[in-house]
Design a protein around this ligand. Structure first.
Ligand SMILES: C[S@@+](CC[C@H](N)C(=O)[O-])C[C@H]1O[C@@H](n2cnc3c(N)ncnc32)[C@H](O)[C@@H]1O
Length: 335
């Protein structure tokens, strides 16, 4: 796999001659796959190591990255190529169209969790949820926690560009957070390891089925092909809540990303991002302006500042009021 990676540095880094030569190499997009919870379970190892995530309004744990690396190194039926393993270790935040950054947690996902807390998703019936570019998936896992505490029937779709991110980080994070939300497990430790038996995995699946919590994992690039797959199972505008964090950094990806929002949002879309992504051109304002042109004037669309630090961070809040048979309660969120 040959592709140029980059970090989101805050200045224009000088490029070597070799980098300049390779920068027009455009790798083919990865294939699109849709996988059910049951079929994903074969990628869960017999032990999972986790750490508590700080700074959230929810008690959430996530799998340790070193634990993923060990699994990839030890795996017999390794589907990941050694170069994918190297990407995990590399200094690059992402490599466009090869690895889009989902293995690590980006700071805007924390902002999004705080916004979710204010939304009262259960009171407003926002229980069919799609997270676009989910990576470690803290926002949708925060929603899961609320849903699971009340055992509300729901649909949770986890989408990431890379299938390996869904297999080795997203799904383990869902399992870990389910585990610590079942009554008998104490999540007060900062770090730890859980044993994952066949029985535990069976109980995980049975519990989701019993409580009508449907989960699906969707990998690949945004666009009509991915939308066809969603459409076949759920139709258009199925999701009462769409979440996305740090998915607006690439200007060429804004169009397919907005397309996914327009096709799938029934009620609310919440998108968190940095005000400016240095060196790549994406920004909250660019995204907001494009979305504004695409949505109905009847809708509510606004930007809320979440941090005024060096690199500012914001949230774009879109409430689709133009769909007549909305099943959610009207908005109570004000500017
Ligand atoms: C910078 S990571 C952010 C991950 C996570 N949301 C967070 O904030 O921690 C960007 C995410 O967007 C997704 N992504 C980026 N471009 C994409 C594209 N063209 N099609 C589908 N997913 C894409 C990737 O899957 C990746 O996980």
């Amino acid at each position: 796999m040959q592709a140029e990676g980059f970090t989101f540095g805050f200045y224009d880094e000088p490029k070597s001659e070799q980098q300049q030569e390779t920068q027009n190499t455009d790798p083919a997009p990865v294939p699109i796959e849709s996988v059910s919870l049951g079929r994903m379970l074969k990628y869960i190892p017999s032990k999972l190591s986790y750490a508590r995530v700080h700074g959230l309004p929810y008690k959430v744990v996530q799998r340790e990255l070193w634990d993923v690396k060990i699994q990839l190194m030890e795996s017999d039926s390794l589907e990941s190529t050694p170069s994918e393993l190297k990407l995990l270790d590399s200094a690059n935040d992402l490599v466009p169209k090869v690895y889009e950054g989902g293995f690590k947690t980006w700071e805007c996902s924390i902002d999004l969790c705080h916004e979710i807390k204010k939304l009262n998703i259960l009171d407003r019936n926002l229980t069919n949820i799609l997270e676009l570019g989910c990576g470690t998936a803290l926002p949708i896992l925060s929603c899961f926690q609320e849903i699971y505490q009340r055992r509300e029937p729901s649909t949770l779709i986890f989408q990431d560009y890379n299938i390996d991110v869904l297999r080795y980080i997203t799904l383990p994070n869902l399992l870990l957070n389910w585990y610590f939300n079942t009554q008998e497990h104490d999540s007060s430790q900062e770090h730890g390891t859980i044993n994952v038996s066949e029985n535990l995995l069976q109980e995980f699946c049975d519990d989701f089925a019993r409580n009508s919590i449907t989960c699906e994992f969707l990998s690949g690039p945004w666009g009509p092909e991915m939308q066809n797959i969603i459409q076949q199972s759920y139709g258009s505008h199925y999701f009462s809540l769409i979440l996305a964090s740090e998915t607006i950094y690439s200007v060429p990806s804004l169009e397919p990303f907005i397309y996914m929002l327009l096709e799938n949002t029934r009620n609310i879309a919440l998108i968190a991002g940095k005000d400016l992504y240095f060196g790549v051109g994406g920004s909250i304002l660019e995204f907001y302006n494009r979305l504004q042109k695409a949505v109905s004037p009847e809708d509510s669309l606004k930007t809320v500042k979440s941090s005024f630090t060096n690199v500012g961070r914001s949230l774009v809040y879109w409430e689709r009021l133009s769909i007549a048979d909305s099943s959610a309660e009207p908005s109570s969120v004000k500017n």
